[in-house]
Design a protein around this ligand. Structure first.
Ligand code: BGC
Length: 418
């Protein structure tokens, strides 16, 4: 709240300066985001510096909290107060919700002049456009069904990359028996849900994932496969350390980086932390898909939704959108962030082994019809449904329900949220 107050008064001061005379009206964007970890901040710097090189100032509005829930709460307060930021980091259905409210700007002129329609895949346009209008600029594609492992621990214990659920459980048992934390995890609803994305996919494959999280089919949400998914979550719960509750995701990454834990189940923003710590893929850490989900990708895309702002901020806003969409920027940014470009025409030359793998797998999953929006990161269902699923998954992970009851609760919660 303090930060909010401070920022608010800072922008009032800026406004007063602008009103004071045209000479003071330097171009500036105010950007609300939740990129506050080391790797995230390093990636954000690529964008800040790019804009600054074009003479556009950056007013930072960071709201900590992985997955962006807190950021969305602060955003609502800002818009309600009639003081929307220039641009806001946003995921999937949230973008569409704001567009529906009529709060977002129209980027069609820029999009047409830069051919966004042809270079941005349909899976992202589905969120970046509303009623035929471009309303946000997609900066990347992340995916949630990844595993990040400490290679030294794997080598020391003679563990090969697990390819099935049973192999995964055997590997985790070995790591735990050797005295390491097997699974580095932070007990926060969005992190529990991130693992659940992969677990649901591993139990029932693409058809089940789609039926449950995208079609919200009660038979899938409450059936035997969902009970099995919850049972798998219970198994994983047996491999986290006793201090997992409330831990931030980047601190869980640090446990793997520092050789305290064997692996982390997390989206590829985790790679940003490994790189920031000076680690190299295949040499210090391993990246592979959650066992049993090979060939499928559960994705989320960070986009910068552009709010309707007055004419005095419009030029800077358009420059921001144009910078985000530039192929060179999409490469430079995503190399650091751990994600892959939102454009299909960007070379993988500058990406490391995990990035190259990610780009190939994304394209292949897209071609095979095995690319699905991440439930945990707002690309499968609207926030109301997502939050209802979060509640059940977290309550179950913390032992409130058994697996069969959790599946029943899931049906009820999703029904009530629609
Ligand atoms: C975002 C990532 C971010 C992660 C953790 C995800 O929802 O898409 O960009 O790094 O949350 O904060």
């Amino acid at each position: 709240m303090t930060r909010f107050g401070l920022k608010l008064s800072a922008s009032l001061v800026a406004l007063a300066l602008v009103a004071g005379g045209p000479a003071a009206a330097a171009e500036e964007v105010e950007v609300l985001h939740w990129w506050t970890s080391g790797g995230e901040a390093a990636a954000l710097n690529v964008l800040k510096e790019d804009l600054e090189s074009k003479g556009v100032g950056w007013q930072d509005m960071p709201v900590a909290g992985g997955g962006g829930e807190q950021a969305m709460t602060v955003l609502r307060a800002r818009v309600t107060a009639g003081n929307a930021p220039t641009a806001v980091q946003m995921l999937g259905f949230d973008i569409q919700d704001w567009a529906q409210e009529g709060a977002l700007a129209d980027l069609n002129e820029l999009a047409a002049s830069e051919n966004w329609d042809t270079v941005v895949p349909a899976a992202l346009q589905r969120f970046a456009k509303h009623d035929g209008k471009w309303i946000s600029a997609p900066v990347n594609v992340h995916s949630t069904n990844w595993v990040w492992a400490n290679k030294k621990i794997f080598d020391e214990l003679g563990i090969a990359q697990p390819n099935t659920w049973d192999e995964l459980v055997a590997a985790l048992t070995k790591i735990q028996d050797a005295g390491y934390v097997a699974v580095a995890h932070g007990g926060q609803a969005w992190q529990d849900a991130t693992i659940f994305d992969a677990v649901v996919m591993s139990v029932g494959g693409p058809d089940f994932y789609k039926a449950a999280f995208i079609d919200l089919d009660p038979d899938a949400l409450g059936g035997a496969q969902m009970t099995e998914a919850f049972q798998r979550m219970e198994t994983l719960r047996g491999f986290v350390d006793e201090n997992f509750s409330g831990r931030d995701w980047n601190l869980a990454s640090a446990m793997v980086i520092e050789g305290k834990a064997g692996l982390q189940f997390m989206g590829d923003w985790a790679k940003g932390e490994f790189l920031k710590a000076g680690l190299t893929p295949d040499q210090d850490f391993l990246c592979f898909r959650f066992p049993g989900t090979d060939g499928t990708v559960t994705f989320n895309s960070d986009q910068f939704a552009m709010f309707s702002v007055g004419t005095e901020r419009r030029d800077a806003q358009v420059k921001l959108a144009s910078s985000i969409m530039a192929p060179s920027f999409q490469s430079a940014f995503n190399v650091v962030k751990g994600s892959v470009p939102a454009r299909t025409d960007v070379s993988d030359a500058d990406f490391d082994a995990c990035g190259k793998k990610g780009m190939k797998q994304l394209a292949a999953a897209n071609d095979a019809g095995k690319l699905f929006g991440s439930m945990a990161h707002g690309h499968a269902a609207p926030a109301s449904v997502k939050n209802a699923i979060y509640d059940v998954v977290t309550a179950h992970f913390n032992g409130e329900f058994d697996a069969a009851t959790a599946a029943e609760e899931l049906v009820n919660a999703v029904d009530a949220a629609q």
